[in-house]
Design a protein around this ligand. Structure first.
Ligand code: ATP
Ligand code: MG
Length: 550
């Protein structure tokens, strides 16, 4: 429940020292300050939304801040009051924000100054109240090194505990959070999570990846998706770790932060990073950044990265060449896992034990999975739709009763819409979304993800996206949209020829792919249109390409 999350936060605050919970913009924020700021938020909510009563009773509160202590205090404060937190995607254009805020019927928006302009405007349009976050006080360097007097701190903690106890907090199956899906396959859907589903997930992750108070998490993901919110924020905080926010993903910034943590002479900083997670494209960018370094800096960077405890990857398929190269540079076999807004994480490669490239591992503790054939029959081998049952399952799609019903089997498994296979050791391979990544060519069903992984091994290819375009003879034909490496592109421009031709690609791929899997069409691009989670909307992409071909 939310109370568990808050009690845990107070517990972390009440150790011998006022422990650091968050770092942002070179300042530190303690667990104690988080709880006290959450209480400040409850005052704002009580005076604006519920006229002084203590319970929001499920009212929705929009949280609009980049990853920051304000964001965290906003969520905890909303939960304390029995409200439902709706983290807002700040990258969305105004129309999308309005859609999300109207759809979730938000009563109030808490916003940072940075986003005041746009949010105050949108809030007015959907008659929601608006307030700026009260600022969260950072720890002074003095309190960080010298503890508060033991008595003073004990007093503060017992004060906070009794303040917190005054709230008739919602529990169990009550809604606590609405997250919108990435919108990769359509308009984003509001996914309702409950206090129970949240705390179960947080415990599952803490256990599986052994998060602890010794960990320091370098966080550079948006907070309106499960990856950034659960894996890299809520679970680490539950475990008493430090979360170090880098609100804008920066290749140089990340390598620098790792080099500042560890150096080759054996130095380890007090605030040394131990955990990192990212989407596949981040690792691609980090590798590009690494290649641009001089030899000394490369050595220092590779060493520093090798010293982290764990590096993880997910949100979309990790291409094998990226995984391999990352391992060559840093010694880390990235831990790839599989998740979805609807149940957060369900399948993961192990922390200890074999991490199999090209798979997402096995079901996490307390997660049940099964694979259904097209006919809806459970199968043990071969391709089928993955279905998941877990204590972390969402309650419903917000205001979409029919869609919710259709998404579950009679025995309560959620139908993911992803096609998978299982290998002889029980490791799952994600072949992709049944309706976007699985192409039907002639009599065959092909996985776009599998072909993408192969094409990425080509020297000239930086990024690629494979999809099926309609074809009157075959049903669909395999198309590759390719972003060439910068140097390949420059060289080709000088010689006034294309960076890669379909002919070249096909003859290279002939040794690696069955003939019917070879791309029949090739499009060269400067970049791929990716959303905030680094995913390509293939449906959109198909429409664009079809229009272009017509
Ligand atoms: P929408 O539901 O709005 O179309 P979305 O499904 O992209 O958007 P998310 O819930 O953020 O929204 O993403 C879940 C999907 O991401 C999964 O269904 C799966 O297709 C994909 N995914 C997540 N992790 C992996 C992974 N490790 N490998 C391959 N695909 C993954
Ligand atoms: Mg989805």
């Amino acid at each position: 429940s939310s109370m568990e999350m808050i009690k845990e936060t107070i517990k972390h605050a009440s150790g011998g020292q006022d422990r650091v919970a968050l770092r942002a913009a070179k300042k530190s924020y303690s667990y104690l300050q988080l709880v006290s700021s959450a209480l400040d938020i409850t005052s704002i909510l009580r005076s604006n939304v519920i006229n002084g009563s203590t319970c929001l009773d499920g009212a929705r509160v929009g949280i609009a801040a980049k990853p920051s202590p304000e964001f965290v205090a906003g969520v905890l404060g909303t939960w304390l009051c029995g409200g439902v937190a709706v983290p807002l995607a700040l990258s969305y254009p105004e129309a999308e924000l309005l859609h999300v805020m109207n759809d979730s019927d938000i009563s109030m928006v808490l916003s940072s100054e940075e986003h005041q302009g746009i949010l105050e405007n949108v809030a007015a349009q959907c008659s929601a109240k608006f307030s700026l976050f009260p600022s969260v006080t950072s720890m002074s360097p003095v309190t960080e090194s010298h503890e508060h007097s033991q008595n003073g701190r004990a007093g503060m903690i017992s004060n906070l505990t009794s303040e917190v106890a005054k709230f008739p907090t919602k529990e169990g199956d009550d809604p606590a959070l609405i997250l919108y899906t990435s919108g990769t396959t359509g308009k984003p859907k509001g996914v309702v999570h409950t206090h129970n589903s949240i705390i179960s997930q947080v415990q599952i992750l803490t256990e599986a990846w052994e998060y602890s108070s010794k960990d320091q998490f370098l966080h550079c993901l948006p907070l309106h998706h499960v990856h950034g919110l659960f894996n890299a924020l809520l679970a680490p905080l539950y475990a008493g770790a430090v979360v170090d926010f880098m609100p804008k993903f920066s290749v140089r910034g990340i390598w620098q932060r790792w080099r500042d943590s560890y150096s080759k002479d054996g130095y380890k900083a007090d605030d040394a990073i131990t955990l990192f997670t990212g989407v596949p494209t981040m690792y691609t960018r980090l590798l590009q950044g690494y290649e641009a370094m001089d030899a000394d800096q490369r050595a220092a960077s590779a060493y520093a990265a090798s010293q982290l405890r764990l590096m993880m990857c997910g949100s979309s398929a990790l291409p094998y060449p990226v995984m391999k190269q990352w391992e060559d540079v840093t010694g880390h076999r990235l831990l790839e896992r599989y998740g979805m807004t609807e149940f957060v994480m369900a399948i993961s490669n192990p922390l200890h034990g074999k991490r199999k490239g090209g798979t997402v591992g096995k079901p996490l503790p307390r997660v049940e999975v099964k694979t259904l054939s097209d006919e809806g029959v459970e199968i043990k081998t071969g391709e089928g739709e993955l279905c998941v049952r877990s204590p972390s399952l969402f309650k419903e799609y917000w205001k979409k009763e029919t869609v919710t019903k259709e998404s579950f089997t009679d025995d309560g498994f959620f139908k993911t819409g992803d096609t998978v296979t299982v290998d002889e050791d029980g490791y799952f391979k994600i072949l992709g979304r049944t309706n976007a990544d699985i192409m039907k060519v002639g009599g065959y069903k092909l996985s776009a993800l599998e072909i993408e992984a192969v094409l990425l091994e080509h020297d000239a290819i930086l990024e690629c996206c494979v999809l099926g375009l309609p074809d009157k003879d075959y049903g669909e034909v395999v198309c590759a949209i390719i972003v060439p490496h910068e140097d390949v592109k420059k060289k080709a421009e000088q010689e006034s020829k294309p960076a890669l031709t379909l002919q070249e690609l096909r003859s290279w791929a002939l040794e690696r792919l069955a003939p019917y899997k070879l791309p029949k069409k090739l499009f060269l691009r400067d970049k791929l249109p990716r959303n905030a989670m680094g995913k390509v909307n293939k449906k959109e992409m198909k429409k664009l390409l079809e229009a272009e071909a017509a």
